[in-house]
Design a protein around this ligand. Structure first.
Ligand SMILES: [Zn+2]
Length: 236
């Protein structure tokens, strides 16, 4: 295989995304933080995503990108062993499109997070060379979390356990845990729908949310009732 045809390290994202999916307020500016949240919602709206877990393969086809595992590509000799050893996923701009590659040995949750992270790099224009920031890995992971686990949908589906979130979004336990903690904080502060765009996301998912709550026997009345019971037990 000719050297110039091989996938080189300098043209790719190199990361193990699952290790940096915490909330990053300390390592990222406030404006970047809101920008990434907006971009993730923009992507959901643009692609008319309306149910969970999000079908990443379908999204990739829809956007005319390509997806392959390391093993699939390795047989053609396009990938060097160092990448396979160190990185969970990568993206390459090739023939006017993007090819997303992922490690076949990952768990389903880690694989999905890795692919969503790569979609983040693409949609946030990290390959254009215009974005010169040390935080692009953080940004891509923040995008992934917000794409796979849209907060207003979690809220409306009345998620009340990490395991429920993990199953609903088909993510790893670690990813679900961080997002669940964030959900709890926002519930306390009642910080939903502060942006009009979030209402639009809710509207897209409305049918899904209704069905999910019906199938799982969740209702507003039950939430209210539980709150009352909770208060009653406290004063007893
Ligand atoms: Zn990356």
């Amino acid at each position: 295989m000719k050297k110039q045809n091989s996938i080189k390290k300098n043209s790719i994202c190199r990361t193990k995304p699952n290790v940096d999916i915490k909330e990053y307020k300390s390592s990222i500016s406030k404006s970047d933080y809101y920008y990434i949240s907006r971009k993730a919602r923009e992507f959901i709206l643009k692609n008319k995503i309306c149910e969970l877990p999000i079908n990443l393969e379908e999204l990739i086809v829809k956007n005319k990108w390509y997806l392959a595992s390391y093993n699939e590509i390795k047989q053609y000799g396009y990938l060097d062993d160092e990448i396979i050893k160190n990185d969970w996923g990568l993206s390459v701009f090739i023939n006017n499109s993007y090819l997303i590659l992922y490690d076949d040995t990952l768990s389903e949750g880690a694989k999905r997070f890795t692919i969503a992270h790569e979609i983040g790099h693409i949609f946030l224009n990290h390959f254009s060379g215009d974005v010169k920031s040390d935080s692009i890995e953080t940004q891509a992971s923040m995008f992934a979390a917000r794409l796979l686990m849209p907060m207003c949908v979690l809220y409306e589906c009345r998620i009340d356990a990490v395991e429920e979130l993990e199953k609903l979004c088909s993510v790893s336990k670690v990813a679900a845990q961080y997002r669940f903690e964030r959900l709890q904080k926002l519930k306390i502060r009642n910080k939903f729908y502060t942006d009009k765009q979030e209402r639009k996301v809710y509207k897209l998912f409305k049918g899904f949310i209704k069905k999910y709550n019906k199938d799982n026997n969740k209702s507003k009345f039950k939430d209210f009732f539980n709150k009352i019971i909770g208060k009653f037990n406290k004063v007893k």
